[in-house]
Design a binder for this molecule. Structure first.
Ligand SMILES: [Zn+2]
Length: 366
């Protein structure tokens, strides 16, 4: 059925400080009341938190931020100092973040650190996240075809998302994540892209039953929509049973056009609301692949189910509205990150992206 209630887009990316207005236009094209900017860690820029905080501060009520961690001590081989990961959780919350984003279990990102998520390095982080009850959006694994060179889509291989034996296996990444969940049953975790289990709903169902604090997000990974369309009746049953554990998200990113962003939202919404069979409309972004790739079969979900998926579940985890920013503390953290960026890249501190964000936050705080 057609849904006209509130929508929170639980998964989007902002790449540059100047893209905030553009991402806001994408949000509007997707008819979302608010949007969650999730921040990726990086070996040079440390993470994308500065841009996200500046965007959130400049548009109150529009953006949630799930901040990324600072692994610069590892990346620099100890040359650069960073606060311990449990302390980082407190810094991120104090600045005004709404949660933490982990990309550390995506195979190519896992390899950047080379450390198991259930190992000693991450232990204090998960313990503190559980204690503070801060929600995580944790990308674990990738679509199964990325491990099979014959099946990896060309656009994915071009991005370095084709995995040979030098990468961790999909089951290893799952095993690490589940070991963490066993150790910290109070953790609240959204696994994006349906935890890449859209082709195996019985397994997804067993995991949702086993771990009461986990949720699945609908960000495509367009394979997710194709997989769920193979047996629409079984998928619909799954959604009716677990609708309190499924979260709407588009995975839109600020370098796409507003039209592409609007189409992403439209495709997912048509899948949830209509009972129609359709293909991707022309004009969708390249990450979704061409329309010839597959047919999507809508689930025609009822209103209470849609309301939970579109906004209720995310709001229960991260709040009905984004937490207020503390622009002073956020700016302070951005200045620290500007220092890290400068040490990692050799760039002058004053021209780093983090310093630009710090100045924007300080202007707004006056
Ligand atoms: Zn994403």
């Amino acid at each position: 059925m057609t849904y006209n209630g509130p929508v929170i887009d639980g998964h989007a990316h902002l790449y540059e400080l100047d893209h905030a207005g553009h991402l806001d236009a994408i949000r509007e094209a997707g008819r979302a009341r608010s949007m969650n900017i999730v921040c990726i860690f990086d070996g040079k820029r440390v993470n994308a938190n500065p841009e996200a905080w500046a965007a959130k501060a400049s548009r109150p009520g529009r953006f949630y931020v799930f901040a990324g961690l600072d692994h610069s001590a590892l990346f620099s081989g100890g040359r650069v100092d960073a606060p311990p990961l449990d302390r980082q959780v407190d810094i991120l919350i104090a600045a005004g973040s709404d949660g933490v984003k982990l990309l550390e279990s995506k195979p190519n990102y896992w390899l950047k650190l080379g450390l198991p998520l259930d190992g000693e390095y991450f232990r204090p982080f998960f313990a503190r996240a559980e204690e503070a009850q801060i929600p995580l959006l944790w990308h674990v694994a990738d679509p199964e075809e990325f491990w099979d060179p014959a099946c990896t889509p060309r656009w994915a291989a071009e991005k370095g998302w084709g995995y040979d034996s030098s990468f961790p296996a999909k089951e290893q990444l799952y095993a690490e994540a589940f070991a963490v969940l066993e150790r910290h049953p109070g953790l609240r975790v959204i696994f994006p892209h349906f935890l890449f289990l859209s082709a195996d709903l019985p397994r997804a169902s067993a995991l949702l039953d086993r771990f009461s604090g986990i949720y699945l997000d609908l960000g495509p990974g367009v394979e997710l929509l194709y997989n769920l369309s193979r047996d629409p009746a079984a998928s619909r049953d799954f959604f009716l049973r677990y609708f309190r554990r499924i979260i709407y998200g588009t995975d839109c990113y600020s370098s796409m056009t507003v039209k592409e962003g609007g189409l992403r939202a439209q495709v997912i919404r048509r899948f949830l609301e209509s009972g129609e069979e359709f293909r991707l409309p022309p004009g969708t972004d390249f990450l979704l692949g061409p329309p010839e790739d597959g047919v999507i079969h809508g689930l025609d979900l009822p209103e209470d189910t849609l309301a939970a998926i579109y906004s209720g579940n995310f709001a229960a985890l991260a709040g009905d509205a984004p937490r207020p920013m503390n622009s002073r503390l956020a700016a302070l953290e951005c200045r620290r990150l500007a220092h890290q960026q400068s040490l990692l890249t050799g760039e002058s501190e004053s021209t780093t992206p983090a310093m630009r964000a710090a100045l924007t936050l300080e202007e707004g705080a006056c």
